[in-house]
Write a protein that binds this ligand. Structure first.
Ligand code: SF4
Length: 282
């Protein structure tokens, strides 16, 4: 018997290609993960990324029939089979909190992202799991402007879904350091606006303590100024702050620590002061 835990996110709990179950502390129950990036490729390289053998690139072509078949089989196992017993899942965790499109890379890099979202949404609706179970896209937000992603977000919205938009820094230097991304605040704001007009969007901030530097004043100020701008230009209301829950698989891992709880809590209060619903996952 294999017990799923919050630290056991291994993709081979089942024999599926695209589906993986995760007991998520953040979600508070079973999260059905969908991984389009079976090649471990992402257009970013975050220093805290937990994907082993991460490569720069995009999701490969997807087999939509196989995705549909796997999701149907898995949902049937969870809803009508003995999945929870076989996996020895605690009673209070026996709830499908969400279907989360979040894999070993950036999911919106999938060429026909819209088609894949549609397949997942249709099957979730067919099994009657929405709206109790959420339908979530976890994204770094850098490809939101693409046509297939725009279409996909409208489909996600049709199923009552939401976008969790990663924003780990609000400075160019911070993004270069943490995400190895060259994005500017202007392009991030443009994409956040695009996301939020198509679908409910929440901001996710991962704070890590790199080289024991803690949370610099420059980063804190950068975030607060940028969030103020986001507050006045978009309808976004929710911000979640989290930190390292599992070891990074990147070379920087040795110099990374979780951000101190007090810093995260204080920061959440400051973000609340801007009018957001903000909380820290400790
Ligand atoms: S965006 Fe996500 S998958 Fe890509 S490198 Fe960062 S943490 Fe890893």
């Amino acid at each position: 018997m294999s017990k799923l835990t919050v630290t056991n996110h291994t993709r081979n709990v089942t024999d599926f290609n695209y589906i993986y179950p995760v007991l998520s502390r953040r979600a508070g129950g079973l999260s059905i993960g969908i991984n389009f990036n079976v090649n471990n490729a992402c257009n970013w390289r975050c220093i805290y990324c937990q994907v082993p053998d991460l490569k720069i690139g995009a999701a490969p072509e997807i087999n939509l029939d196989l995705l549909a078949q796997e999701l149907r089989l898995f949902l049937d196992d969870v809803l009508n089979g003995d999945f929870y017993d076989r996996m020895d899942v605690d009673i209070e965790q026996r709830v499908i909190k969400d279907i989360a499109i979040a894999g070993n890379g950036e999911p919106t890099s999938l060429a026909n992202f819209d088609k894949a979202v549609s397949v997942i949404g249709d099957i979730g609706a067919e099994c009657g799991i929405f709206p109790e179970s959420h339908f979530v896209l976890i994204t770094n937000g850098s490809l939101i402007h693409r046509e297939a992603v725009q279409k996909g977000l409208k489909i996600l919205n049709h199923f009552g879904g939401e976008v969790w938009f990663k924003m780990d820094s609000a400075t160019k230097e911070g993004r270069a350091l943490v995400n190895n991304s060259a994005q500017t605040n202007e392009s991030v704001l443009k994409n956040i606006m695009l996301a939020s007009v198509s679908c409910e969007t929440k901001i996710q901030i991962c704070l890590v303590d790199y080289h024991a530097r803690g949370f610099s004043e420059n980063e804190r100020e950068g975030f607060l100024n940028f969030l103020k701008e986001i507050r006045t230009t978009t309808t976004i209301q929710a911000v979640t702050i989290y930190t390292l829950a599992r070891p990074s698989q990147q070379p920087e891992a040795i110099d990374l620590r979780p951000m101190a709880s007090e810093i995260m809590q204080d920061f959440a209060l400051e973000i609340q002061g801007l009018g957001f619903e903000a909380h820290a996952v400790l």
